[in-house]
Write a protein that binds this ligand. Structure first.
Ligand SMILES: C[S@@+](CC[C@H](N)C(=O)[O-])C[C@H]1O[C@@H](n2cnc3c(N)ncnc32)[C@H](O)[C@@H]1O
Length: 196
């Protein structure tokens, strides 16, 4: 099934969603915001550095959007984690951004080789679960469709959640924390790293 692409405009080099009437990230300082809200709030540099060889770290995100959080997290992982550890980044997205728009937004962003792999393997607007191997140690699992349908199918031990939906007061109503939190709470403590 084909999903409806995001209906967005670009203002101050940052995307704005016309349907949800909301921004994806703060214009001018999206990476600082991502560092503060997700990377450091989850103590990721330290947790990445503590991974042993062969160990995997799994992140779950609601709202892949532009991929800013994903690319920023990958950048931190490659700088802090020991070689032979792996990152599984599971991100759900209902309205993917068109590839050409994504490339425009990404100009001068970090990790050009990872981005090149993302563009090459991008599933566009095809619904379903797509695994993109962006690097021998980086596995991006894009769950394209509605979070309420797809998250119950994600059987993974998530080490850190990024709840990055649009603001709940936006129209149409967006995902807020309450309907999503059960997915965090119901995970068994010892589970295989990833079973998609
Ligand atoms: C604030 S933006 C996410 C920004 C993103 N993390 C980034 O790094 O650019 C919110 C995202 O949630 C997505 N979204 C909205 N409703 C959704 C739903 N029901 N299921 C999955 N994704 C949804 C939107 O399409 C949008 O891309």
């Amino acid at each position: 099934m084909l999903l409806t692409y995001a209906n967005l405009t670009i203002a101050n080099s940052a995307p704005y969603n016309q349907d949800y009437r909301d921004i994806y990230y703060q214009p001018q300082n999206g990476f600082e915001e991502s560092n503060h809200t997700f990377i450091h709030a989850n103590h990721l540099p330290q947790r990445f550095a503590n991974l042993h060889a062969g160990q995997a770290f799994c992140i779950g995100e609601i709202g892949f959007g532009s991929g800013l959080n994903a690319l920023n997290t990958i950048d931190h992982f490659l700088r802090h984690a020991r070689s032979q550890s792996h990152l599984h980044y599971c991100s759900v997205e209902k309205h993917p951004i068109e590839l050409n728009t994504l490339k425009t937004l990404h100009q001068n962003w970090c990790q050009p080789q990872i981005r090149a792999q993302l563009y090459q393997q991008y599933p566009h607007n095809h619904s379903g679960i797509h695994t993109l191997h962006l690097h021998p140690r980086i596995h991006l699992h894009l769950l394209l469709g509605d979070a309420h349908d797809l998250l119950p199918q994600l059987h993974a031990k998530i080490d850190a959640w990024y709840l990055d939906g649009f603001a709940p007061q936006q129209k149409p109503p967006m995902l807020a924390s309450p309907p999503i939190c059960p997915y965090c709470a119901h995970q068994p403590p010892h589970h295989h790293p990833l079973q998609l």
